[in-house]
Design a protein around this ligand. Structure first.
Ligand code: UD1
Length: 418
């Protein structure tokens, strides 16, 4: 079994370049079922993107990833309309393939994604929207059996009661080739949504934003080949900034979009870090002691991202004073808190609230990653702790960070995977 071994308390220095965004690449790969050919530059080499490419292969697409990370998808030979259960289990967000498969074949069968490490992940908004567009969905022995009796989905007026990122992506993908106009209100506004729109419009779709949260899609009859570059990963960028904040030192994260980090940078500044931004880079210089972060509440974009909650919490654990986090997006997203406490942190949980009393020093110990961002938070804690920290189950971290330990070593950290 692989494990990360971290010898902590070494300040980080230097520059790091972030890879393409996992959360942008995954929906773009799902949407790549629709244009005949897609060339996706900056597709990060992660276990989740590998899983998405395997789903495309299982449907009959030809998929290759070049050494420079560009993914090439030829969807012309595709014929399958069923996602194997093993693929669904490997990546529960594979539900974003539903809209694409249904659009292409008028039929789809996927197993129910069920609960996951972040608590129940309902898909009622996805299904209700697709039903409004003409899909008939039946639950059958733990699988979703979907058909489009009219052959082609049709446009509809859809209102999301919560700006779900996944549901917005499914509706957009389903709407581009639907008959007529789809108006989606209450849509998510994450940068990864804009990226998907750029990909689809690049292939000939007609999607426009009316005002914030309202998307208008005029269905077209076909899409053409497309070349697209995935946006930089804002969560990976935030994670590296937190690595430096917790371990000390001064680093520059290059190749990112500072505007996408607008909600993450103020807590870092509040803790006393000096943050400077350029067009495509953010530099952080960390004080001798971090201060409290005050209140951090996760919210849909442009609010503070739920994916950055765990990494930023680790910083709060080693700062002076008390910080309070409120997790508003997912129910069970504090699994890392118990493991951080094993390293000497003082975190108390009450429902969606976490109260973090900063301690002068964490001390290394064996801990276990239980989800992607929580796993990254434990590596960050290991970088700050005195002595050796072992982080078990690094496969969770591989879902979202390419060359994580190599990148950290390049910044001076003592991190190995054995
Ligand atoms: C969420 C995050 C996204 C992040 C991703 C991976 C938000 C709003 N979304 O996207 O930024 O990158 O996780 O960690 O921060 N929900 C329903 N019914 C549905 C769909 C969602 O009730 O049909 C609820 C979920 O239970 C959850 C909330 O809506 O409480 C957010 O879900 P959603 O945005 O759909 O999740 P992801 O697409 O996974």
């Amino acid at each position: 079994m692989a494990v990360y071994i971290i010898e902590g308390s070494t300040p980080l220095h230097g520059n790091i370049r972030v890879h393409g965004a996992k959360n942008a690449a995954l929906p773009v790969l799902a949407a790549a079922l629709l244009p005949p050919e897609s060339e996706i530059e900056g597709c990060p080499r992660l276990s989740d993107t590998a899983a998405a490419m395997n789903i495309l292969r299982s449907l009959g697409c030809r998929v290759e990833q070049q050494p420079d990370s560009t993914a090439q998808v030829d969807s012309r030979p595709a014929q399958g309309w069923e996602i194997p259960e093993s693929c669904m289990r490997e990546m529960r967000s594979s539900i974003i393939f539903l809209g694409a498969i249904l659009t292409r074949y008028g039929r789809a069968r996927v197993s129910f994604p069920g609960g996951c490490e972040l608590g129940p992940r309902p898909i009622d908004l996805h299904l209700a929207a697709l039903e409004r567009m003409g899909a008939v969905i039946r639950e059958d022995h733990g699988a979703l059996d979907c058909t489009v009796p009219m052959g082609r989905l049709h446009g509809a007026e859809i209102v999301l009661s919560f700006p779900s990122v996944g549901a917005t992506q499914n509706v957009l993908i389903a709407a581009v080739l639907a008959e007529g106009r789809t108006i989606l209100r209450g849509a998510a506004q994450e940068p990864e949504i804009d990226d998907l729109i750029r990909f689809l419009n690049g292939a000939g779709a007609r999607i426009r934003q009316d005002f914030a949260g309202t998307l208008i899609v005029d269905g077209v009859d076909s899409l053409h080949a497309v070349r697209h570059r995935v946006i930089p990963d804002r969560i990976a960028a935030a994670t590296y900034l937190c690595c430096a904040a917790a371990a000390g030192g001064s680093i520059t994260v290059e190749g990112c979009v500072p505007a996408h980090l607008a909600a993450v940078l103020p807590p870092l500044e509040q803790a006393g870090c000096r943050v400077r931004t350029w067009r495509d880079a953010v530099a952080i210089t960390v004080p001798k002691r971090l201060g409290s972060l005050g209140w951090v509440r996760t919210m849909p974009y442009p609010g503070f991202p739920t994916d950055a909650q765990a990494p930023v919490m680790t910083m709060a654990a080693v700062g002076d004073g008390t910080s309070i986090f409120v997790e508003n997006i997912f129910e069970s997203r504090y699994k890392h808190a118990g493991e951080l406490n094993r390293l000497g942190a003082k975190i108390k949980l009450e429902g969606k609230v976490a109260v973090i009393e900063g301690v002068p020093q964490l001390s290394g110990a064996p801990v276990s990653a239980e989800d992607l961002r929580g796993g990254a938070a434990l590596v960050i804690a290991g970088l700050a702790a005195q002595g050796e920290t072992q982080v078990m189950h690094p496969q969770y971290i591989d879902r979202g960070y390419a060359y994580f330990e190599e990148n950290l070593r390049a910044l001076g950290a003592d991190v190995y995977r054995i």
